[in-house]
Design a binder for this molecule. Structure first.
Ligand code: GDP
Ligand code: MN
Length: 396
């Protein structure tokens, strides 16, 4: 689960990480109130208005703007809220902006160049250890830095038994070329950042940029926070931060129905039991020349109700031109799944895309008979390859 920048910053701040302070606003008037309050609290004269959407690269897309007075706060907030923000990380249609973060301007005007760094915390899956990845080249795409100047990216691996050790925090500050107050600030920053990552059960923190102000404060100006979904049960407060407007509506509905569904770009809908079989099914569709429209794991109990729910979800995607049902009857009997498919098909009554069903396992032969004798526009297949080939036939 991803957080908005403002939520991520609040999380960091609660662990003692210094952040660029801000207040979230739903409309232009709230933005002005937020700006006034920030001026009272921080003394800032200028404000940055930042679109809150789950996508990076907002600055490049016109979603981060500097306001030099309250009139500009009002007009920029009005402009950004409601826009469809297109960034290098969104689709061509962009993402609708529902709210902005009004933040204090921390790039003090007239001062010497502020320094921007990059810092992320993530899991190194090859050895199962968390690591801190950081660079002097902040404020730009880390992918570009990785490609063009990989020697400017450092990593620090953390032993899970000890957590981050003081010498490691000092090493980070040293490699970033810091000294004096800024050095101390950075050791504190990285230590509390790591603590926040572990204690919130996050799977990714990306702070780009981390800023060194001209008065040697180190702070998070941006915050991308991804929480581990599997640990949300022990962070009820964080789970509540979920913003469904940022997620694919079909995926949200599928989740509510207990279906494991991921929307994809192709035209062959897939209904499969088991994540491994679902992956294999998608591979086979591709190999036969097709493109999967989704990943869908209906789980172990593929009864009529679940099959019907799965049909409904798959058919919400207008790109679906055929559906491949690939079920292995291990726990569930194939004839029950077949009956479920037939019942769901009849109940729904509006399915007008061809359906290919491959059932293997317990009572597969009875299942095939049921499908073949149903009189419905449903094709049966016994072999995996045969099923994928039939999909291609009905599409061509
Ligand atoms: P992103 O484009 O989605 O990564 O959003 P960021 O939060 O990283 O903001 C984009 C850019 O806006 C940053 O790299 C900064 O250069 C700029 N920015 C952010 N905060 C301030 C600020 O307080 N003052 C000024 N002048 N620029 C800022
Ligand atoms: Mn950023």
């Amino acid at each position: 689960m991803n957080l908005h920048e403002y939520q991520g910053k609040e999380l960091l701040s609660s662990f003692g990480v210094r952040i660029q302070r801000g207040i979230v606003a739903q409309n232009a008037d709230e933005a002005v109130e937020a700006a006034k309050k920030l001026t009272e609290e921080t003394g800032t004269g200028w404000h940055v208005i930042k679109a809150q959407v789950h996508a990076g690269g907002r600055g490049k897309g016109g979603g981060v703007k500097l306001a030099k007075n309250l009139d500009e706060v009002k007009s920029l907030a009005g402009q950004i809220i409601g826009m469809d923000l297109v960034t290098p990380q969104t689709s061509a249609e962009g993402k609708r902006v529902h709210q902005v973060l009004v933040a204090e301007d921390v790039y003090y005007p007239g001062d010497s160049e502020p320094e921007e760094y990059y810092m992320s915390v993530l899991l190194n899956r090859s050895n199962g250890r968390n690591m801190i990845m950081y660079s002097t080249e902040g404020g730009m795409d880390i992918e570009t830095v990785a490609e063009e100047t990989p020697h400017l990216i450092f990593t620090e691996e953390i032993d899970p038994a000890t957590g981050i050790l003081p010498f490691q925090a000092r090493k980070v500050a040293f490699n970033l070329g810091l000294s004096g107050t800024a050095f101390k600030e950075m050791t504190r920053f990285v230590t509390s950042l790591y603590k926040a990552y572990v204690q919130s059960d996050s799977s990714l923190f990306e702070i780009n940029p981390v800023l060194k102000t001209s008065d040697d404060k180190i702070m998070a100006v941006d915050a991308k926070v991804s929480l581990d979904d599997n640990a949300l049960f022990r962070h009820k407060d964080l789970a509540e931060l979920r913003d469904l407007r940022e997620e694919n509506p079909i995926e949200v509905e599928a989740g509510e129905k207990g279906l494991n569904y991921v929307d994809l770009d192709g035209n062959v809908g897939c209904m499969v039991n088991g994540a491994g079989l679902a992956m294999a099914t998608m591979d086979l569709i591709k190999q036969a020349g097709g493109e999967p429209a989704n990943f869908l794991d209906v789980g172990g109990t593929a009864d009529a109700a679940r099959v019907e729910a799965a049909f409904e979800i798959i058919l919400k995607d207008p790109n679906v031109k055929a559906i491949l049902i690939n079920i292995f009857g291990g726990i569930v009997r194939c004839d029950r799944v077949a009956q479920g498919v037939i019942d769901a098909y009849k109940n729904m009554g509006n399915i007008n895309v061809p359906i290919i069903v491959r059932l293997q396992g317990t009572n597969a032969d009875i299942a095939k008979e049921l499908i073949d004798n149903s009189g419905l526009a449903v094709l049966s297949a016994t072999e995996f390859q045969e099923a994928a080939d039939k999909v291609q036939e009905v599409l061509s």
